[in-house]
Design a protein around this ligand. Sequence first.
Ligand code: NAD
Length: 419
Amino acid sequence: MEEVLSSSLYTQQVKKLYKVGELLGLDNETLETLSQPERVIQVKIQIRGSDGKIKTFIGWRSQHNSALGPYKGGVRYHPNVTQDEVIALSMIMTWKNSLLLLPYGGGKGGIRIDPKKLTREEIEQLSRKYIQALYKYLGSDLDVPAPDVNTDSQTMAWYLDEYIKITGKVDFAVFTGKPVELGGISVRLYSTGLGVATIAKEASEKYIGGIEGKRVIIQGFGNVGYYTAKYLAQMGAKIIGISDSKGGVIYNDGIDVEKAFEIKQKTGSVINYPEGKKVTNDELLISDCDILIPAALENVISKFNAPKVKAKIIVEGANGPLTADADEIMRQRGIIVVPDILANAGGVVGSYVEWANNKMGQIIDDEEAKKLIITRMTNAFNTLYDYHKRKLEDQDLRTAAMALSVDRVVSSMKARGLL
Ligand code: NAD
């Protein structure tokens, strides 16, 4: 496991696990077991490029833990993917799925590749070869992949088609995030943003007296940022700040989210919003507001800007937007941070609804799917809030969230005689 231990994301995850293990009174043997994936499959993928030459790539699927159900997690195509990163991400999926009470363990896949350098035909070939190499380890009751960075519903359609051809099993529930014609649900498009908005509303009710009229700043106006803004505005919040990679805008009278969306579509950026004041992303993060939602990149709040953040609540729409130092500063300053493994889990809840719908013969409609996502997210928040108050009030919400999910995984492993 030496290669694995050299990974910083993996090392950070193991460190967090040991910290939580200490709070839960878990022994070293249990923590050692939880820090290792159950299985990691490495595959060599050869395709014939459009120039006629053979191209070789390396890919992985990490199946971290199946105590709570089949492995579940996305597949990313990225030039920096490593085995250790895939393992760490599969571990995070175990905690996320457990926290949301989904009937899944944690998995993650990746191919080390820059998709911008391949043609669409080459990407299709690559995707099909990935499934040819892995199909024995996948299944709706075994391991259920989904889209992640640089993969989408088309990738899932190729995966599904290849899986059906090889196995002869017409099982649409093996992959989620599929096109609607192949059993996907349209709700999946906005389920992460809807989930972030639901969590922000619940957190406001618990900590700052409700969402009505609360001033919200959102960094990032892509899939997560836009839908979060849309649903929060519908819930009665006032969106006063938004941004994208080009910069942001602050308008204290309240930004019209649909107008901002149209302007971004037409001009390429929200900085062309006509009212308010233009700001940099750095300024946006430390502007006055009640709720701050980083929904773009990781590590944007660090020890340098954390002391200047004015929000009372931070909801992590993006994965890992706060560094460990920033977390500690927020804890000391009494600023509530709702962690990513809860806040942005609406996507995997959406995937769960799709999977369940495929298994039941497509009986859930869009309205029901939306309701299910809101209910699951609300219940998960309230369970965490109570657990935090009852058991770990001196710790931050992130630690409590991880403790709650690790505790569930450990209990199920004990019940099965695995510990
Ligand atoms: P996206 O590509 O749709 O949007 C990203 C947004 O961030 C864009 O508006 C982009 O302009 C902006 N951005 C890029 N660089 C920036 C910078 N330097 N400063 C400010 N803004 C910048 O991506 P997304 O799907 O919305 O994902 C955003 C984050 O949420 C990522 O961390 C992702 O891992 C996480 N996430 C996404 C989902 C999902 O279902 N889409 C689920 C869970 C977590």
